[in-house]
Design a protein around this ligand. Structure first.
Ligand code: CIZ
Length: 300
């Protein structure tokens, strides 16, 4: 039996669903029941009758699945798959900032811990961040947490000043304008498509800026046949698979997130065999974090 067949067999036995993020390894994406962005995956998981969710992504994504489906067992193939961006804000630091800006509305990107979400007024994703901030009355101050690049992009889109937390995704931060310019010069026919976690100087060179789902939709609908992809490299697998007639170029070999690559086929199998590693979130944190996620869903 192949490892893929063993995973399929165990998945049925365990009443499990395998959720895989767009940035995961290609072979792991291929065994996923659903491949997508973190919130889309969590919402789909809530609708399935599965009792176990195997989340192949990073820790905050699995926590989001737990917040949305608290009655299900959520497990991750590798408990070390964290997110440096999410780790750039702690509850203590956020409370201190809130004390300095008591009237500010706290808008928190999904790339954050459940505990930080629980301290927030509303969540956002890279797909709906502009609309979430737009829905906040102009006279209210906005504290945007934790991604300064996404926050700056939103503030430019809306022409609105915001207090930006000084966090960033190290993988997207490595997608620098000098490299992007070199790629554009080498491939003048290709459109540059970037994720808003990239630095602003890079986004200013892009033909299109979007979330992972936005990038997938844009490339599928575009008449162009070549694209330079300015986000984490894992998404190239899905882009190439779903658009066989088009060319997708890596923006830089450095755009590789080591955490996203920790979920391997072997670890997916082991996690199903032993039903490890469980992701837990305290009930009161679930309740408060759920409030911030629900407010986002009402807006978008
Ligand atoms: O929310 C997600 O899944 C992330 C990390 C990015 C995106 O644009 O989908």
């Amino acid at each position: 039996m192949t490892i893929q067949e063993r995973i399929t067999q165990l998945k049925t036995k365990r009443h499990a669903v395998i959720l895989v993020h767009n940035y995961a390894r290609g072979d792991v994406q291929d065994i996923g029941d659903v491949v997508g962005d973190s919130l889309g995956l969590s919402r789909q998981a809530a609708r399935t009758p599965a009792e176990v969710i195997v989340f192949c992504g990073v820790h905050f994504m699995a926590e989001t699945a737990k917040i949305i489906s608290p009655e299900k067992l959520v497990i991750v193939p590798d408990p070390n798959a964290g997110c440096p961006l999410a780790n750039m804000v702690t509850v203590r630091e956020l409370r201190a900032m809130k004390a300095k800006h008591p009237d500010a509305v706290v808008v928190t990107y999904v790339n954050s811990s459940a505990a930080v979400k629980a301290e927030s007024d509303v969540c956002c994703t890279s797909a709906n961040a502009v609309n979430v901030v737009k829905s906040i009355p102009e006279d209210r101050e906005v504290l945007f947490v934790p991604d300064r690049n996404l926050g700056y992009y939103v503030s430019k889109q809306l022409g609105r000043e915001m207090i930006l937390w000084d966090g960033y995704c190290p993988t997207h931060q490595r997608i620098v304008p000098e490299q992007v310019t070199r790629m554009k010069q080498a491939h003048p026919e290709a459109l540059l498509v970037c994720h808003p976690e990239c630095p602003w100087e890079t986004l200013a060179l892009a033909d299109h800026v979007g979330s992972t789902t936005g990038i997938l939709d844009f490339c599928a609908a575009s008449d162009a046949t070549a694209f330079i992809i300015g986000t984490e490299l894992g998404i190239l697998h899905r882009l190439r698979k779903e658009n066989p007639g088009k060319t997708f170029l890596e923006v830089s070999p450095l755009a590789d997130c080591p955490n996203m690559k920790l979920s391997t086929l072997e670890k997916v199998l082991w996690s199903l065999e032993d039903l490890v590693h469980e992701v837990t979130v305290p009930a009161d944190v679930i309740e408060r974090a759920r409030g911030a996620i629900d407010r986002m869903l009402e807006i978008s």
